[in-house]
Design a protein around this ligand. Structure first.
Ligand code: BG6
Length: 484
């Protein structure tokens, strides 16, 4: 499909997400020639300001958050697209003037970069002003609630004004180049397609380690914790793409149907098995890349009694035909030694070891998908060391496909660029359907409740380490080890 002209209506245009991610993404799309000539950005904020001041604020945001100098030619074009509009988001009367600034020939794409508590108000105001057409779209950010019940309230409020086919729920991990490549890797290569189940795979590890702490977001994060902030969405989405059955085609609902099936197959974790299968941690002060960093409870605004986890490690079992007996180990934390996200698929050993005189156990094949940084794909395999001295000297070697070396002239787009483009194209494949959100919450709620009922505090780990020692025990108990 081709690019349509859109009125991209950005509620919360002066906020952090808009400044950091959304405006830079629109700028990059413009630079790449991917915006229709008539596409415009309507920035909406409560605070009033003259148009010039808004344009200057956008320029400042771009200069701050783009990883490259602002391209003057692109900026000249981009600033023509900007219009500022000020209103109280919850007052229908304030939206009256919006109609005049909208282009009747454009598709209206509303981006709610606001707290979810006012999604319903915005929907009502748009509807009362007769601004919602069948082709109008709405983009929602996480968190969609903090548990199943609250997510249903939010989803119901939005559903009162928009059909599911108009709703684009963002999980920015789905927009990452490497996460999309995972689908290509699995389904465009018979080598993997035919070797992707419990007959050949021993286990899978998914690590999303972050170097940052909570970056002044105590108010949000302390109520959420790493489970709600990262596992419920990003890690489960990645797990779904690794584990799902082949979709019938690449259409949005075909893919989402398969992901929901995985979520429904996750073995429940509850008070009976929670400490066997999960470890939660909270960082204390430590040393990271040569700097001393404060502990979670020393962060600005901290509540000293907080039991919120900043790290989670878990063993997840998928009770279906394909994955019976193949554990997925998940690990995600703040203040880890480095920012580093990857999926590692560990294959089983060959059925019989011909090299047993030299190797009690052959190192297993491993497929590593590096999500970030150093995006790429790597396969560990055994090779004979060349030479006449020995016919049985082997060595582990790597086939390493680095995206930056292989695709030298291609820049790796930020996830939001891809997602905003897909939304303007009207393709929901990279967005999360309501039943996925609900299924993911159902599974996570059970774990969170079990933690809460146990009254067991999170285990501490020093900032700059790979998490509490108990997370090592979680996997070594199964005779396996975390990737370094
Ligand atoms: C966000 C979380 O969704 O993802 C943050 O709210 C987290 O806490 C971020 O830091 C990580 O995203 P990325 O793209 O930097 O891995």
């Amino acid at each position: 499909s081709s690019v349509q002209s859109c009125d991209f209506v950005l509620f919360g245009t002066l906020g952090d997400l808009a400044r950091r991610k959304l405006l830079p993404a629109m700028y990059q799309l413009d630079k790449a020639g991917l915006l229709h000539a008539d596409t415009r950005i309507l920035g909406i904020a409560r605070k009033g300001m003259p148009q010039e001041e808004y344009v200057a604020a956008v320029k400042e945001a771009l200069s701050t958050f783009l990883k490259e100098p602002l391209d003057e030619g692109t900026w000249t074009d981009f600033q023509q697209r900007l219009t500022f509009y000020s209103t109280d988001f919850t007052d229908p009367a304030g939206y009256a003037g919006l109609k005049e600034v909208l282009n009747p020939n454009s598709v209206m794409v509303n981006y709610f970069a606001t707290p979810p508590s006012i999604y319903g108000d915005i929907g009502r105001c748009l509807q009362e002003n007769d601004l919602i057409q069948p082709n109008t779209r709405v983009v929602l950010e996480k968190p969609i609630g903090h548990d199943l019940a609250s997510s249903q309230v939010i989803n119901d409020q939005v559903a009162a004004y928009f059909e599911e086919s108009q709703i684009y729920r963002i999980d920015h991990y789905l927009g990452k180049e490497t996460v999309q490549n995972l689908v290509a890797l699995r389904f465009a290569n018979s080598l993997f397609a035919s070797k992707w189940d419990n007959r050949t795979i021993d286990h899978v590890q998914i690590t999303v380690a972050e170097e940052v702490g909570i970056e002044g977001r105590w108010g949000y994060f302390d109520k959420a914790g790493q489970m709600r902030d990262m596992i419920q969405n990003h890690l489960l989405q990645v797990l779904c793409l690794v584990a799902m059955d082949p979709p019938v085609n690449l259409n949005a609902d075909s893919i989402r149907d398969e992901k929901v099936k995985v979520l429904k197959s996750l073995r429940p974790i509850n008070q009976d098995n929670v400490f066997e299968n999960t470890v939660r941690g909270q960082y204390t002060g430590g040393f990271l890349k040569g700097n001393t960093v404060p502990g979670y409870l020393d962060e600005e605004g901290a509540n000293l009694d907080s039991d919120t986890e900043t790290f989670v490690a878990m063993r997840v079992d998928i009770d279906n035909w394909r994955w019976a007996g193949v554990p997925f180990y998940l690990r995600s934390g703040k203040r880890m030694p480095t920012k580093h996200s990857e999926i590692v698929v560990h294959f089983k050993n060959p059925p019989h070891n011909l090299y047993r005189d030299h190797y009690r156990q052959l190192p297993a094949n491993k497929l590593t998908i590096r999500l970030q940084p150093h995006e790429g794909v790597e396969i560990q395999m055994m090779n004979k060391v060349p030479g006449l001295d020995s016919s049985t000297r082997l060595q582990t070697t790597k086939l390493d496909l680095s995206f930056s070396d292989t695709f030298k002239n291609e820049r790796i787009a930020d996830a939001y660029e891809r997602l905003l483009l897909e939304c303007m194209l009207g393709n929901q494949a990279l967005f999360v359907r309501r039943d996925e959100v609900e299924q993911a919450w159902t599974w996570c709620d059970s774990i969170i409740n079990a933690w809460e009922n146990s009254n067991e505090p999170p285990k501490s780990y020093p900032a700059g380490s790979w998490g509490p020692v108990a997370s090592v025990a979680l996997i070594t108990r199964d005779n396996r080890a975390w990737e370094e």
